[in-house]
Design a protein around this ligand. Structure first.
Ligand SMILES: Cc1cc2nc3c(=O)[nH]c(=O)nc-3n(C[C@H](O)[C@H](O)[C@H](O)COP(=O)(O)OP(=O)(O)OC[C@H]3O[C@@H](n4cnc5c(N)ncnc54)[C@H](O)[C@@H]3O)c2cc1C
Length: 520
């Protein structure tokens, strides 16, 4: 076997898969190394009994419709990776339960007392009208956001096309750029959106793990625009289909993939990476490296002390680790209709204030905030006939396992899952527990073990106004520890999410391909 490659990609998460696919397509001799026996990282699959579970993907935006594909669907097409996309014509339903004496409370569906129950439709006009019906006075501010987000996409198209018209940029898109550097909260206040409507409007904060008080408006708008314009998308065979399609595209283009191949060391020559050690024994050599391992683990674990520039170590340690998740996967021996589910994504929140929801999630794995997805609502045949799959997710921050003794771990898992399921039953007025046929529970150590990330985060570093998409983009090349070693994945400029990770791999591959063709 020839052990010299143009580029070695470490880790076959979404970022690594995209990086390897683009490098292979450009004709570079590409090797992708993955410690597990299957691709995808978070984008994977596991089987319990007669159910095949989706471990991570709630929903995707930026795919478009089958007859009108947009960003990520186009990326897959460009790479020759075939995916059978399914779209779902909904955004989310936000429910905030009410205490018995809460004056804002009312009796909602299934006789449950709530103070917010907002099922938000697809389409800018429909979404804004619905918001206005829930909180009068919010139609115009919501429409202003969508008008701005539409302009934002046009402005980005102009910036990336290379045909930049500075006058148009300032006159037509001036308001878009005025928002850069401002938080979601600041912009919604400025646009006059009532406080209660902001809580509903910013419910997607959970997919980014950062609250409106600290999150950059341009970035939030890009996600909101995608979901509200066209709704959510899923591959028919869920995320594993995407990962397998990428695997095939890499091989079809001459790339090599080795599974069960953990990189345990980066080899150095003249102060630069020159190869890697696989599983502690096999050495392979490369000219360029793209690393899909979280930098917080990659730099201390794969390099010897003193090999990484001091500045790179400081940057890695200076950024707060992003949120982690708690998940409960349920294989139900009843259909969704029998259980009473008719929504795809439901967010159950302790308060309608997204910033407060973020603060309540700090340092604990509670059942306060739960995302519940009924997978059969988006993909009716995702489980055997007469059954359904429910997917519950909670969000947490920091080292929530501190002080948990190994002998108490199983008990803790069961307790948290029980609290989350109870919370769903009580808030939705539905019965879940007697119909559970299979259950699997993931806590931060599950994700840490599987993905090799600090605190088990699948989200990279905490997004914040000072460290959001724009500053990270400007800083990206300076943030890389060596001029032939690039990071990709959720820890990079666009933050977490499938699309962002694929994009990060494309970006790292682009820089490697450029250097390679310039002979550097
Ligand atoms: C429960 C859950 C729900 C989510 N929901 C959504 C959602 O609905 N929509 C959305 O867009 N995003 C969602 N995400 C986030 C999204 O999955 C991630 O942000 C994204 O997949 C991260 O991709 P990544 O490229 O950083 O790679 P990762 O998924 O972190 O994968 C890294 C890969 O590197 C491998 N690796 C690590 N160390 C080594 C080593 N030393 N040698 C070889 N291989 C190594 C790992 O095995 C893994 O395969 C969710 C995540 C989770 C966990």
């Amino acid at each position: 076997m020839n052990n010299n490659y143009d580029v070695i990609v470490i880790g076959a998460g979404n970022g690594g898969l995209a990086a390897a696919a683009y490098c292979a397509k450009a004709g570079l001799k590409t090797l992708l190394l993955e410690k597990h026996n299957l691709p995808g990282g978070s984008a994977s699959s596991f089987v319990r009994g007669r159910f095949e579970f989706e471990p991570s993907l709630h929903e995707l935006f930026g795919v478009g419709l089958p007859d009108n594909p947009t960003d990520y669907a186009k990326m897959f097409m460009e790479l020759g990776a075939n995916v059978d996309w399914r779209s779902h014509n909904s955004t989310y339903r936000l429910i905030v339960p009410a205490e018995a004496d809460d004056p804002e409370g009312f009796v909602g569906e299934n006789g449950v007392r709530v103070k917010v129950d907002a099922s938000m439709p697809v389409g800018f006009e429909a979404f804004s009208r619905k918001l206005d019906s829930l909180v009068p006075g919010s139609y115009e501010p919501a429409m202003k956001v969508f008008r701005l987000s539409t302009l934002m996409y046009e402005a980005f198209d102009m910036l990336t096309s290379g045909k930049i018209n500075p006058v148009k940029l300032l006159t037509k898109y001036g308001d878009v750029f005025k928002m850069a550097g401002h938080t979601v909260k600041e912009c919604l206040d400025e646009l006059g959106m009532p406080e209660k409507a902001q809580g509903i409007f910013t419910a997607y904060w959970c997919y980014m793990g950062a609250p409106p008080m600290r999150f950059d408006m341009l970035y939030y708008m890009s996600m909101m625009h995608g979901y509200v314009e066209r709704g959510a998308s899923m591959p028919h065979l869920r995320s594993h289909e995407m990962s397998c399609a990428m695997d095939k595209a890499i091989r079809d283009n001459g790339g090599e993939i080795r599974y069960n191949s953990e990189v345990t060391k980066v080899l150095m020559k003249d102060g630069k990476p020159c190869g890697v050690v696989i599983n502690g024994s096999t050495e392979v050599y490369g000219r360029y490296f793209i690393c899909n391992v979280h930098p917080g683990f990659a730099l201390p674990d794969l390099f010897a002390p003193g090999e990484v520039p001091e500045d790179a170590n400081k940057k890695v340690n200076g950024r707060p680790i992003a949120a982690s998740l708690v998940t409960v996967y349920l294989g139900m021996n009843r259909t969704k209709e029998q259980l009473g589910f008719h929504d795809y994504s439901i967010f159950i929140a302790p308060t309608s204030d997204s910033d407060r929801q973020f603060h309540l999630s700090q340092g604990k794995m509670g059942a306060d905030f739960v995302i519940i997805n009924c997978m059969n609502e988006a993909i009716p045949d995702c489980s055997p006939e007469g059954t359904s799959i429910l997917f519950l997710t909670g969000i947490c921050y920091g080292d929530v396992m501190q002080g948990v003794k190994p002998q108490d771990y199983k008990k803790l898992k069961t307790k948290i899952a029980d609290e989350m399921i109870t919370r769903c039953e009580q808030t939705l007025g539905l019965t879940i527990k007697p119909y559970i046929e299979e259950i699997e529970i993931g806590l931060p150590p599950t994700f840490s073990r599987y993905l090799n990330t600090p605190n088990g985060t699948p989200y990279g570093y905490q997004l914040d106004l000072w460290d959001s998409m724009l500053p990270r983009t400007i800083q990206y090349e300076k943030d890389q520890p060596f001029d032939n070693f690039y990071f990709c994945g959720a820890s990079q400029e666009r933050g977490d999410g499938y699309g962002c990770a694929y994009y990060s791999g494309q970006k790292a591959a682009g820089l490697v391909i450029k250097q390679f063709t310039e002979g550097k």
